[in-house]
Structure formats: structure tokens, C-alpha cells
Design a protein around this ligand. Sequence first.
Ligand code: HEC
Ligand code: HEC
Ligand code: HEC
Ligand code: HEC
Ligand code: HEC
Ligand code: HEC
Ligand code: HEC
Ligand code: HEC
Ligand code: HEC
Ligand code: HEC
Length: 316
Amino acid sequence: MPVPPARRRRGPRKRGGPGPFSPGWLLLLVWPLVAQAPPKPAPQTVGSEICQACHEDIYKAFQQTSHALVEKDRRHGWQGKACESCHGPGSAHAESGSAADIRNFAKLAPAEADRICLTCHLNQPTQVGRIHGGHARGQVACVSCHSIHKPRAETVTSAKAALINKNCAGCHLSSWAEFQKPHRHRLPEGAMSCVDCHNPHGSLLPRSLQTVSANEPGCLKCHGDKRGPFPFEHAAVRVEGCTACHQPHGSANPRMLTRHEVRFLCLECHSNLPVVAAGPGGVPPAFHDLRSPRFRNCTTCHIKIHGSYVDRAFLR
Ligand code: HEC
Ligand code: HEC
Ligand code: HEC
Ligand code: HEC
Ligand code: HEC
Ligand code: HEC
Ligand code: HEC
Ligand code: HEC
Ligand code: HEC
Ligand code: HEC
């Protein structure tokens, strides 16, 4: 684009007298305009085969990745130009071989990098919770989890739990530490992964939890026996959900409970047990005598603690 005549006319006035507000300063201000005349033409797309000439290894490896499909995408005009669908038009770089002339994701701001990925991925069902997700809010870019140039088998989409856990643990050290506690889900063994419970792309639930109801954070997918519906349900399970009593990652307490002893857990909500309301004359009834060790472990009697098909007090 030629420099507009109006700006060119300012030229002579620049050669004015000295001083802080002199036209000498103006020269600095308009310098970019002057320096850019004539401006470089905008880079054009050149096609992936041109990139191959200098990036043979990357080009070859790329053919094994999912994005090789883009090379056949006639509909959106990317046919033969997969490299440039992400890296942008490459004619200037192909000529200069200079890093300054090509888009490098590692040097982009996360929001800018994501915008490029989302030109193709925005309407996928997995991305619908994105704006609610901690990763979008926390500026965690797609490329901090996804390695585009690695073979799929070495990435988080390989469905290998160990690879996913390693990626997440890299930033979430304290969550990972919880999985080292004595009672826990078996993530360190690679039997499960973080995405069994969390959607890394965000979800409509807090903590980006999977599935649709707030009090059932994906747990019932594997613990279906706790689902019910029970004719005699424990309101705590239905209303407050699993995490009212369990630490989902891991715990020092057996059964991953939030309290060391079961009774302390129960008494958080049941402090008004019959025993506390003492019998006539202030003598506690034998029933639910909390001083007796027999009553310490509530679930020896209330065995169907998640809900019962037959008993109102979850005794069977
Ligand atoms: C003429 C050879 C040549 C061609 C053709 C070429 N590149 Fe490069 N490319 C290079 C060199 C050399 C570097 C390393 C530059 C440096 O590190 O300073 C590089 C670096 C890169 C980088 C990393 C930039 C960075 O900031 O580190 C990307 C991305 C890239 N090229 C993509 C492409 C794409 C996409 C194409 C095809 C459109 C392409 N290249 C075509 C020579 C080439
Ligand atoms: C889906 C988007 C995408 C496509 C398609 C893509 N790249 Fe990349 N490329 C990236 C990202 C993201 C990086 C940053 C490093 C990483 O995450 O692997 C990168 C990094 C690079 C680098 C720098 C490598 C380094 O070690 O620093 C080069 C060179 C490159 N790409 C070339 C290519 C070529 C050639 C093609 C086509 C065969 C291509 N890319 C296709 C996203 C893409
Ligand atoms: C030009 C469109 C386009 C762009 C830009 C693009 N993708 Fe893709 N992506 C695709 C297509 C097409 C597939 C293959 C879908 C399939 O296999 O059904 C894909 C697949 C994927 C997959 C699944 C990979 C797998 O192993 O199955 C991931 C993850 C992904 N893209 C991430 C990214 C990221 C991160 C970026 C930005 C750096 C990006 N994409 C940019 C079109 C694109
Ligand atoms: C915090 C890490 C993380 C971030 C950030 C992330 N992803 Fe993913 N993504 C994953 C994991 C892990 C999987 C595998 C999910 C699974 O196995 O259920 C995945 C799967 C995918 C898939 C394949 C499955 C599908 O939904 O079709 C695509 C495509 C994808 N991601 C694109 C993206 C894009 C685009 C972004 C950025 C907007 C992004 N991801 C950001 C971790 C992440
Ligand atoms: C590059 C670092 C990074 C990686 C990798 C990463 N996270 Fe995060 N994660 C963050 C940041 C930053 C936040 C936002 C923290 C905040 O909001 O306080 C976050 C927030 C979260 C949250 C809570 C907030 C929410 O609503 O989403 C969960 C759950 C989470 N990440 C799970 C994961 C999982 C699962 C993985 C692996 C698939 C993962 N993260 C990988 C950095 C990362
Ligand atoms: C068994 C299901 C499950 C697994 C597996 C799981 N999480 Fe969670 N995670 C949860 C639940 C449920 C919460 C919400 C806890 C709450 O609200 O009290 C949570 C909360 C979080 C939070 C929010 C901060 C916090 O500690 O409250 C982060 C971050 C997080 N998880 C990361 C991870 C990472 C990283 C992994 C894998 C190493 C992982 N989670 C595996 C169920 C799980
Ligand atoms: C992907 C399947 C899966 C999901 C999702 C899942 N679990 Fe588990 N859970 C298991 C398996 C398998 C075991 C048995 C582990 C073992 O024996 O080491 C288990 C064990 C447990 C235990 C007993 C631990 C012990 O020490 O005996 C509790 C409590 C538990 N899960 C609660 C939850 C909660 C709460 C959630 C949701 C936040 C959840 N689980 C989500 C698979 C899952
Ligand atoms: C009111 C507290 C409470 C709530 C809410 C609760 N649990 Fe439990 N859960 C317990 C107690 C107490 C035990 C230990 C029972 C025992 O001592 O035998 C237990 C044990 C377990 C066990 C291991 C033993 C078994 O029965 O399989 C699993 C798995 C489990 N809970 C999953 C869940 C899931 C999934 C949810 C949510 C749907 C949930 N719990 C909600 C109190 C609760
Ligand atoms: C988070 C709070 C909470 C915790 C923890 C809790 N409960 Fe409950 N429980 C409730 C609520 C709410 C009800 C319903 C009370 C009602 O309908 O009057 C209930 C009902 C019951 C009932 C049936 C009472 C009736 O009259 O139908 C029994 C039995 C019971 N809980 C035992 C336990 C035991 C044993 C524990 C410990 C393992 C426990 N609860 C832990 C909240 C809790
Ligand atoms: C020795 C067996 C046993 C133990 C141990 C036990 N309970 Fe009970 N619990 C019962 C029986 C029996 C009932 C009465 C059932 C009925 O009314 O049908 C009952 C009833 C209840 C009720 C319902 C009371 C009401 O108002 O109807 C609650 C709540 C309760 N128990 C909580 C607990 C808690 C908390 C603990 C542990 C501190 C505990 N129980 C330990 C046998 C036991």
C-alpha cells in the first residue's frame, strides 16, 4: 500500500527547529510510516510441500498425526495447506527462512493461540463449557496440553491414563499429592485418569466436573450401585452429593472419608441423635449410647449408608 499523500506532505515540516516539541519528535512518530514505504506485500500461502523442503522430518511425522486430515480439507480451502492452517501464510518465511516471518505458538499469548485452534474446534461438543472452565479463565492454552507434532500415541488424546495424569500433575502438584495418600483412587497406577472426573475443556459444573448434576460429579459412572433410586434414600447423598462425606482424590482416612472416624462424620449432621436428648431423669437410654464403643462405628449397623431398598434407617 502506498503512503497516503496527506502523510507525505508532512515531510518538509519535520525539518524544523530544535526543542522537545519540535518536529524532530514528529519524525519519530511518523517514522514507522516512512520506514515502511513501500510496505512488504502480505505473505501468501504456498502449500505444505514448500515447507517440506526445509522441514522434512516435521513434515513426515506430521502425516501420522490427526491434523494430516486437514491436508484433504477442500471444503474450507485448506487442501494441500495444512501447515499454514495453523502457522499462517508462509511465503515470506519460505523465502527468508527467518523465525520472525512465521507464527510460532510458543511465542503467542494463550488467548491468541487458542483463537487459531478454535477457528476449527469451537463448535465441538467438548468445548461447550469452555467459558466456564478454569483453564480458559486461567490462560492455559490448548497447546499446553496438546502437542501437535507428536504422534497421537504420545499425547493426551492417546487415551493412556498415565500420559494424561502426567500432563495434569505437571501443573496441579497438590492434587497429585492427594493421590499419594493411603486411601485413594488408583491414578498413580494408571488405572484411571483425571479426565474420568474432570473435563479439561471446562463444563457447566464447578471444578469442571463431568456429567450433568451438581451432586453427582461423575462418580456414578463407575459406582452405579450408589445410584438408586432408593425408596429410602439418605438425603445427604442425594442433596449434598458424594463429596459431603468423601474426599474424591484421596485421603488418610479409610474409604476416603472426610473424617478419621465414621461417627464424627455422621455426628456433623446428626448431633441431635436420640441419645443426646436424654431419657427421663437425665439418664441416657442404652440405645445409641455414644459412650459405648459399640456405637462408635455407625456403619456396623447402618450398613446401607448410601440408601436402602427396604429399611428407613439403612440397617439393611
Ligand atoms: C527455505 C527453507 C524453509 C522453508 C521453505 C520453510 N522454513 Fe520454516 N524454518 C526454516 C528455518 C531455517 C527455521 C529456523 C529459523 C530460526 O531458528 O531462526 C525455520 C523455523 C520455522 C518455525 C519455527 C519458528 C520459531 O519461532 O522458532 C516454524 C513454525 C516454521 N519454520 C514453519 C514453516 C512452515 C509452516 C513452512 C511452510 C509454509 C516453512 N516453515 C517453510 C526454514 C524454512
Ligand atoms: C494444528 C496446528 C498445527 C499444524 C497443522 C502444524 N503445526 Fe507446526 N506447530 C504447531 C504448534 C502448536 C507448535 C509449537 C510446538 C508444539 O506444540 O509442538 C508448532 C511448532 C512447529 C515448528 C517449530 C518446531 C520446534 O521444534 O520449535 C515447526 C518448524 C513447525 N511447527 C512446522 C510445521 C509444518 C512444516 C507443518 C506442516 C507439515 C506444521 N507445522 C503443521 C501447530 C501446528
Ligand atoms: C484448519 C482446521 C484446524 C485447526 C486450525 C486446528 N485443528 Fe485440531 N483438528 C482438525 C481436524 C480436521 C482434526 C481431525 C478430526 C478427526 O480426526 O475427526 C483435528 C484434531 C484435533 C485433535 C484430536 C487429536 C487426536 O489425537 O485425535 C486435537 C487434540 C486438536 N485437533 C487440537 C488442536 C489444537 C490444539 C489446535 C491449535 C494449535 C488445532 N487443533 C488447530 C482441524 C483443525
Ligand atoms: C488442561 C489440558 C487441556 C487443555 C487446556 C485443552 N485440552 Fe483438549 N484434551 C485434553 C485431554 C486430556 C483430552 C483427552 C480427553 C479424553 O480422553 O477424554 C483432550 C481432547 C481433545 C480433543 C479430542 C477429543 C474431542 O473432544 O474431540 C480435541 C479436538 C481437543 N482436546 C481440542 C482442544 C482445544 C481446541 C483446546 C483449546 C481451546 C484444548 N483442547 C485445550 C486436554 C486439554
Ligand atoms: C499448564 C498448566 C496446567 C495444566 C497442564 C493443567 N492445568 Fe488445570 N488449571 C491450571 C490453572 C492455571 C487453573 C486455574 C486455577 C484457578 O482458577 O485458580 C486450573 C484449574 C483447574 C481445575 C479447577 C478449576 C476449573 O473450574 O476447571 C481443574 C479441575 C483442573 N485444572 C484440572 C486439570 C486437569 C484434569 C488437567 C489435565 C488434563 C489439567 N488441569 C492440566 C493449570 C493447568
Ligand atoms: C474420582 C474423581 C476425580 C478424579 C479422578 C480427579 N478429581 Fe479432581 N476433583 C474431583 C472432585 C469431585 C472435586 C471437587 C471437590 C470439592 O468440591 O470438594 C475435584 C477438585 C479438583 C480441583 C479443584 C481444587 C481442589 O482441590 O478442590 C483440581 C485442581 C483438581 N480436582 C484436579 C485434579 C487433577 C489434576 C486430577 C488428576 C491428577 C484429578 N483432579 C482427578 C474429582 C476427581
Ligand atoms: C473411572 C471409574 C471411577 C470413577 C469415575 C470414580 N471411581 Fe471411586 N473407585 C473406582 C475404583 C475402580 C475403586 C476401587 C479402587 C481400588 O480398589 O483401589 C474406587 C473406590 C472408591 C472408594 C473406596 C475407596 C476405599 O478406600 O475403599 C470411594 C469412597 C470412591 N471410590 C468414591 C468415589 C467418588 C466420591 C467418586 C466421584 C468423585 C468416584 N469414586 C469416581 C472407580 C471410580
Ligand atoms: C453421608 C455420607 C456419605 C455420602 C454422602 C456418600 N458416602 Fe460413600 N461411604 C460413606 C461411608 C460412611 C462409607 C464407609 C462404609 C463402611 O464403613 O463400610 C462409604 C463407603 C463408600 C464406598 C466404598 C464401600 C462401598 O460401599 O462400595 C464407595 C465406593 C462409596 N462410598 C462411594 C460413594 C459415592 C459414589 C457417593 C456419591 C454418590 C457416596 N459414596 C456418598 C458415606 C457416604
Ligand atoms: C452431610 C450431612 C449428613 C451426614 C454427614 C450424614 N447424614 Fe444421615 N442424614 C442426613 C439428612 C439430611 C437426613 C434426612 C433427615 C430427615 O429426613 O429427617 C439423614 C438421614 C439419616 C438416617 C435416616 C433417619 C430417618 O429418620 O429416616 C440415618 C439412619 C442416617 N442419616 C445415618 C447416618 C449415618 C450413620 C451417617 C454417618 C455415616 C450419616 N447419617 C451422615 C444428613 C447427613
Ligand atoms: C448397634 C447398632 C447401631 C449402631 C452402632 C448405630 N445405630 Fe443408629 N440406629 C440403630 C437402630 C436399630 C435405629 C432405629 C431404627 C428404627 O427406628 O427403625 C437407629 C436409628 C438411627 C437414626 C434415626 C433416628 C431417628 O430419629 O429415627 C439415626 C440418625 C442414627 N441411627 C444414626 C446413628 C449414628 C450417627 C451412629 C453412630 C454414632 C449410629 N446410628 C450407630 C442402630 C444403630
